[in-house]
Design a protein around this ligand. Structure first.
Ligand code: 5GP
Ligand code: ZN
Length: 124
């Protein structure tokens, strides 16, 4: 797709690639080393992934986690997320999985994590 930012990504930004996925650092990172795992195929939704891709995705998430932990000893947790659909906040319409490193004290009160997609419902 010639008008897709991920299909036309600058190759220099790619930190890992195999036959199904590539990995980049987010250009507007939520935290340092915020990572995106992206299928090579231009599909919009996480739910368009086929079984082989889902299996490989799990493997890559684990590998990237291990790499991040070895690269930065301050990382003490992760948020893993997908904005699936415009109403869920998706802005780049090429499926991607966010792997967001978290560090003790990076926010005052981390309780609720991804519940923060609806900010007033994060705390409970
Ligand atoms: P989402 O669709 O998940 O809501 O947001 C798109 C994500 O892609 C954002 O976190 C944004 O920072 C990230 N991103 C990484 N590289 C690029 C890029 O080259 N262009 C744009 N527009 N977003 C990028
Ligand atoms: Zn694309």
């Amino acid at each position: 797709m010639s008008d897709c930012v991920f299909c036309t990504i600058d190759k220099k930004r790619i930190i890992f690639k195999d036959e199904l996925f590539f990995v980049i650092r987010d250009i507007y990172p939520v935290t340092n080393l915020h990572t995106l795992i992206i299928p090579n195929r231009h599909i919009v939704s996480f739910f368009d992934l086929i079984e082989d891709e889902k299996r490989k995705l799990n493997q890559i998430i684990e590998e990237q986690r291990t790499l991040l932990l070895s690269e930065d000893i301050s990382i003490t947790g992760f948020n893993i997320g997908v904005n699936d659909g415009e109403d869920a906040g998706q802005t780049v319409m090429h499926c991607h999985i966010h792997l967001i490193p978290r560090r003790k004290g990076d926010v005052k009160n981390p309780r609720g994590g991804v519940r923060g997609v609806i900010p007033e419902m994060q705390g409970y």
